[in-house]
Ligand binder design. Structure first.
Ligand SMILES: Cc1cc2nc3c(=O)[nH]c(=O)nc-3n(C[C@H](O)[C@H](O)[C@H](O)COP(=O)(O)OP(=O)(O)OC[C@H]3O[C@@H](n4cnc5c(N)ncnc54)[C@H](O)[C@@H]3O)c2cc1C
Length: 291
């Protein structure tokens, strides 16, 4: 039976999960299923599939989620952004998730269209993630477990960290049940984030998102978009390796193992790995963590 993530929490103090994104070609999708089969042997508590991120097709997410659950019986969390969908469309998609036995949603606003500074939703659209949580809860009650995104350094468009915590609390008060974080490289940032959330009475699990670094240039590009700070330590390790894929992958594994061990010592309730649809780095990190 496919479980809700919040039910898994009842018996597991820590969860370990993998994130995938829908490839753009049918061959890519077949390769992804092979990757998932390989990583699923490790026994993740759940896996997740992104929605529309990086320009991937939105419709592919549900097909992939459904297929993973059918093939491997592992619970899947369907990322779901409300930006650009009418409420009618949102409800129709959520209804299809229910029909396909998908019980876990990572509810997101999504990024607003590029180059439009004063974006406002159309009349029948939603503006923020907490409104999507309301829509899911008011229509489907407790059928779904709802996770939300958290930003240990504050969301890139949020004026300050205190306001960011206030908005995170709204997402929880409106039905969010746990948090999956954006990537970060300085663990004290995670601990400070937990303190800020505790101070506004957010006491749900905050699962850190960990990226195994496989490319220095790619990392810089991605962090520029999402607002994650790249520490001096990261520059010092990875800049000299730039262009050497094998050495970068090895250093990325070493760094992630060190970061995860420290997070788990700090009491993190598990790890969500941004697997980037690759088997090797995540598998090796998993092994070295002794999971
Ligand atoms: C783990 C994780 C997975 C992700 N997966 C995807 C994915 O699959 N697809 C994808 O497209 N994107 C994904 N994202 C990125 C995410 O969609 C973007 O970061 C997006 O800009 C914010 O989404 P949100 O749900 O946090 O939005 P919200 O919580 O709605 O926040 C959006 C902005 O509005 C502000 N805000 C929130 N509430 C209020 C309020 N009440 N009043 C005024 N301002 C407010 C916030 O400070 C923020 O600046 C992911 C992010 C993370 C951390």
């Amino acid at each position: 039976m496919i479980e809700k993530i919040t039910d898994i929490f009842k018996s597991k103090e820590k969860t370990f999960s993998f994130e995938f994104f829908p490839p753009k070609t049918p061959k890519g999708v077949e390769n992804l299923y092979k990757t998932i089969a390989d990583l699923n042997e490790l026994g993740p508590d759940f896996v997740s599939v992104t929605y529309g991120a990086g320009g991937s097709s939105r419709g592919a997410t549900m097909d992939i989620c459904s297929e993973i659950q059918k093939r491997h019986s592992v619970p899947v969390m369907h990322h779901f952004t409300c930006v650009g969908h009418s409420q009618k469309e949102l409800l129709s998609i959520i209804g299809q998730m229910k029909e396909r036995n998908i019980k876990n949603i990572l509810a997101l606003r999504g990024d607003t269209p590029q180059g439009i500074d004063d974006w406002k939703p159309a009349e029948d659209e939603l503006e923020y993630c907490y409104q999507l949580n309301d829509l899911i809860r008011s229509t489907y009650g407790d059928f779904f477990s709802i996770g939300v995104a958290g930003f240990p350094e504050g969301h890139i468009n949020c004026p300050d960290k205190a306001t960011d915590s206030k908005y995170l609390k709204m997402k929880i008060d409106h039905g969010g049940e746990f948090v999956a974080t954006q990537l970060f490289f300085d663990n004290s940032v995670y601990s400070e984030y937990l303190d800020r959330l505790n101070s506004v009475d957010v006491n749900v699990r905050v699962i850190p998102g960990i990226l195994p670094i496989t490319s220095y240039e790619g990392l810089i590009k991605f962090c520029n978009i999402c607002g994650t700070s790249i520490t001096e330590e990261i520059h010092d390790i990875f800049k000299p390796l730039s262009g050497d894929d094998d050495a970068t992958r090895e250093a990325g594994i070493d760094f992630a193992v060190k970061q995860c061990n420290d997070l788990l010592k700090r009491g993190a309730p598990g790890i969500h790995f941004f697997s980037l649809n690759k088997v090797e780095p995540t598998k090796e990190i998993w092994k070295r963590l002794g999971l």
